[in-house]
Design a protein around this ligand. Structure first.
Ligand code: 5RP
Length: 265
């Protein structure tokens, strides 16, 4: 792997632990003003110092993120659909590589929709991005999207998606946690991070999800709603960090969450 590409990946996956806590804030690109991120700047600002990387679209990056930030940016460059449109899977590439370079990003991200009518289109977009990423030394994160069909999140399907993403050259894959997750990781020869998915009932559930994914081979999380839809988002991201980077148990991280919540978050 080229030096520049390795260097950018090392900004995201921290060499000290080999792990990462990415903060996903790209939901508006198809969901509009999602609950608790109606005002992106207000949501992102207090969380940014605690994130190893931020995943926005270019619109939110420009309008709502301080350009002085030292947090690496993983830029979502796919889109073109909405939650009320005919198909969430019909995505194209929305942002050029030239623009990504101008924005000084550390990686670009797109969704792939395996098993849909748009499988070929989104997989070829991934391959095109990887070709450009190799040229410019910019890693590509592939998101194994399921659209509205959350029930698709099982091991066989996610293994298929992650492996295809890696075969096409993705440098990092984002998927969902599932039963048998270790098989998903085993079959994917590049690092895997998990999405949090819709908000879980309790912080303990979020920390358990994080712990289970990490102990079964994920290198980290790229989490959104389970952090910024928390009543205490800064405490939430800090306790997720404890599991990811300090190998805290769920109980230790939950105790930390309760302490932080009581003091300042
Ligand atoms: C949508 C995405 C989101 O960024 C992703 O789902 C992560 O956020 P959350 O933890 O809220 O699920 O990639 O395709």
């Amino acid at each position: 792997m080229d030096w520049g590409l390795q260097n950018r990946l090392a900004r995201i996956i921290k060499p000290a632990t080999g792990r990462t806590v990415m903060l996903a804030v790209d939901h508006g690109y198809f969901l509009g003003p999602t609950s608790r991120i109606e005002n992106p700047r207000r949501t992102i600002e207090p969380l940014l110092p605690h994130a190893d990387a931020l995943m926005p679209t270019r619109g939110v990056l420009r309008a709502s993120v301080d350009p002085a930030t030292q947090t690496p940016i993983v830029l979502r460059v796919s889109g073109g659909t909405s939650v009320i449109g005919p198909s969430l899977a019909d995505e194209g590439i929305t942002t050029t590589f030239e623009e990504a370079i101008r924005l000084n990003v550390s990686a670009v991200a797109l969704s792939i929709f395996v098993g849909t009518d748009y499988e070929r289109q989104t997989l070829l977009s991934l391959a095109d991005l990887v070709n450009e990423g190799q040229t410019y030394g910019i890693p590509v994160l592939a998101v194994t999207a399921v659209g509205k069909e959350l029930e698709k999140r099982d091991q066989r399907f996610l293994s298929l998606c992650c492996r295809i993403a890696a075969e096409l050259g993705a440098h990092l894959v984002k998927t969902y946690y599932c039963e048998g997750f270790e098989k998903v990781v085993e079959g994917c020869p590049v690092p895997v991070v998990i999405a949090g998915g819709p908000k879980l009932d309790t912080m303990k559930d979020v920390l358990q999800l994080t712990h289970d994914a990490l102990s079964r081979g994920a290198v980290g999380v790229d989490m959104g709603r389970n952090i910024w839809q928390s009543e205490h988002p800064v405490a939430a991201i800090q306790s997720v960090r404890a599991v990811v980077h300090e190998k805290a148990t769920v109980k230790q991280a939950l105790d930390l969450f309760e302490d932080l919540k009581a003091t300042r978050n």
